[in-house]
Design a binder for this molecule. Sequence first.
Ligand code: NAD
Ligand code: ZN
Length: 667
Amino acid sequence: MSKASDHEKIEQLRAEVRRHDELYYRQADPEISDFDYDALKRELADLEAANPELPLEASPTVAVGDDRVEGFASYRHLLPMQSLDNTYSEDEFVAFVARVEKGLEIEGARFTVEPKIDGVAVSVTYEKGEMVRAVTRGNGIEGDDVTANVRFIESLPQSLEGGNLPEVIEIRGEIFMRVEEFERLNAERSEAGLELFKNPRNLAAGTVKMLDRGEVAKRKLDIVLYGLGECQPAVVSSQAEYRKQLEAWGLPIVEKFWEVEGAAEAWAAVEELDQIRHDFAYPTDGAVVKLDSFRQQDMLGATSKAPRWAIAVKFAAEQAETILERITIQVGRTGTLTPVAELVPVQLAGTTVSRATLHNYEEMTRKDVRVGDTVIVEKAGEIIPAVVRVVREKRPEGSEPFVFPSECPACGTEVSKIEGEVAVRCLNIECPDQVRGRLEHYASRQCLDIEGLGEAVVDQLVRIGAVSNIADIYRLEYEQVVSLEKFAEKSARNLLAAIEASKAVELWRLLHGLGIPQVGASAAKDLAKAFGGVQELMDATLEQLVEVDGIGEKTASGIKAYFEDEKNAAIVKELFELGMNPEAPERLSEEDATLAGKTFVITGTLPTLKRNEAKALVESKGGKVAGSVSKKTDFLVAGEAAGSKLTKAESLGVAVIDEAKLLEMCS
Ligand SMILES: NC(=O)c1ccc[n+]([C@@H]2O[C@H](COP(=O)([O-])OP(=O)(O)OC[C@H]3O[C@@H](n4cnc5c(N)ncnc54)[C@H](O)[C@@H]3O)[C@@H](O)[C@H]2O)c1
Ligand SMILES: [Zn+2]
């Protein structure tokens, strides 16, 4: 290739990489897979290496992707937060080890191997053991101050436990979202007809950068800590020691960690990690291999972008190619039509996959997925298989665009596209698929948990016309049940007994089972606690609903709209007439709730109580425990070595008490 055309190509690739950086780091909504992105960047780096006359300053290959967005204050890291060089190959890994050993003039260097968490990088600063700040990586030099959002992370202690505390330390880690939480949020979105989040990483990244604190509070984030920035004075001298120290301070750390010597041992650990990583709480996309000794790390130093003493070995997201045989449309309990790809079975990440989601109407139309196409399926964030793209070159001749049905495949009602939603819906509330979906949801494990009322039984009951709504379940008679397929006297009696028993269910389960838009299990629990009864919930005003911790405006209006619908209200009324008698969560009597309305903050080491014991004590008396001191704090419970919180409480005039006083208040 000529120089001129090389230069042109480099410019083009730089622009392309910058565009993907913007989508990934700032908007948390990447368009291509990490594998494809890394390949693009590699191509650019290779071209740049072959054309050294072009200055590199302007290239994204020598800079850290910038995540800073509007709305957050910038904060300068004491020590820069770097990226990592990465590789997908064993050969390159072996070459890395050889470079390190040559640089140190030793053989058999000692390394640590740990999971590479696929989350959002963050630097948490503790001063004298008190958490004072959390900042994103930003451009590596300066990041966004996201302290307010990070304070919602329950697993992150506001103060460090134990001794050996430096004056100031920047602890680096990764904020992530657990798969269960990701699925919970997506289930709620799917019910609301909203576009689904693509994977836990993007969702965590988006959440860390939200300005709406109420929404952040509703999404549960988690954190794991592994890295070191500034530390004054130094308190540890190796990666392995550092991990032990993090644990002793009470911080969440990576669950598996290897200490190895030389390339072969290190690679064996990387492979072992790949085998077991799916059981970790967080999504992982590789292994990070680091030189153990801090002294040796310093000897090797870093480039502008990454340390020379560490490397990420990345695992490619598992994808497989197969043929799409048919497209079926499922109608969910809220009427959403979901297109599903029926595939020629293919092995993917250890399981046989024969169906994959095509997400929704808009997404599949945009991808122009057709029957007969060769498609790439991927386990997105290792969860549900999805069709990620069509291999256009393999499209058979004469294939036709898929015509999305204009009528509901279950009931024939014309489907509607609601403004602002990506899905189309069947709005017929009596649609048999929706009825089935609602009944299955109601009887399911996370709701009323009626044993014996599974998919197959619900299906039969709907088909013979025995039930058309959840109240009908309680009208079932022995004769009807015993005549179902595969039922005999005993199983029929058992089912009826399980149905009867479900009348005394915990209130939150009933609330979840009703299928109110946006109300998942956790919202149902919050509502049950706040209102104590279905009638009380029905009577609640919009203002009262939003006041409940964990309930946002959208959910609140969803609840109002649900109960304002006459059909829903009638069914709820029938349920109670048929004997529904849910058990309200225990509430403290006014006499016992002596600390109701009071907010406490706990800091330092208390003489006898652990922090969570003190918290439980306050809550048992109806009080609240918050993570940081503000004007709203009523009492600061201060123990040994209380740091900045004490100073802040004093400056705000907040009452400061000791453990003895707390015990007295709670007795
Ligand atoms: N799909 C896209 O469009 C797109 C765009 C930009 C970036 N990306 C992805 O992001 C990657 C580049 O991002 P990056 O610069 O954040 O680098 P990286 O994710 O490849 O590696 C560096 C980061 O890994 C994190 N990390 C996780 N576990 C760690 C551990 N145990 N020890 C040390 N660090 C750990 C740290 O935050 C560190 O900054 C690319 O490899 C690419 O896959 C994708
Ligand atoms: Zn229908």
